[in-house]
Design a protein around this ligand. Structure first.
Ligand code: S3P
Length: 172
């Protein structure tokens, strides 16, 4: 077990199903820093699930809360911060992360993402008649934006969560 001191909060970005939450938790435990999750913070503050927030208040409202939460969390102690898959799309959020943290793109390909999100009901954006096609469209539109992250770590189906955390540590 190495001795790690984070210079900045590590911000995990990437698609739904890339493993941001699972890898983030493992990484935080490994380094001994807090694990933060922007989706969980939004749910806690609203006392509603993300899907409910989308349904009741809409995506625009959700995105505004997301920026507030990211801004606030990045002002706190150094930590591992997992963000929702859409968080890196807003330039304001990318600026906040660039100034106060280090961005890591967990880059999983479409088959891997689909294998992880299919059949789950927690992602409002995938509640369409053709969720695979929707996921593919979102993926294709976002890859150029995720590429703006400072560090890219490839996710592979054969990697355990621990192995992925190790990959991130090696890349830092
Ligand atoms: C979203 C991803 C979700 C959540 C919301 C929107 C997105 O987070 O923030 O459903 O736009 O990709 P995960 O990436 O943790 O699933």
């Amino acid at each position: 077990k190495g001795h790690w001191t984070l210079g900045k909060t590590v911000v995990l970005v990437g698609m739904m199903g890339a493993g941001k939450t699972a890898v983030g938790k493992a990484l935080a435990a490994r380094i001994g820093v807090p694990f933060l999750d922007s989706d969980a913070e939004i749910e806690k503050a609203a006392n509603m699930a993300i899907s409910e927030i989308f349904q009741r208040d809409g995506e625009t409202f959700f995105r505004a809360r997301e920026t507030e939460v990211i801004d606030r969390l990045l002002d706190g102690p150094r930590a591992i911060l997992s963000t929702g898959g859409g968080a890196f799309l807003a330039e304001r959020n990318r600026d906040l992360v660039a100034r106060k943290g280090v961005s890591i793109w967990l880059d999983a390909d479409l088959p891997l993402l689909w294998s992880r999100v299919k059949g789950k009901n927690t992602r409002p954006l995938l509640r369409t008649a053709h969720p695979y096609e929707t996921l593919a469209d979102i993926y294709n539109a976002r890859v150029p934006i995720y590429e703006l992250a400072e560090i890219r770590v490839r996710a592979r189906p054969e990697y355990s969560v621990e192995a992925m955390a190790e990959q991130v540590l090696n890349a830092l």
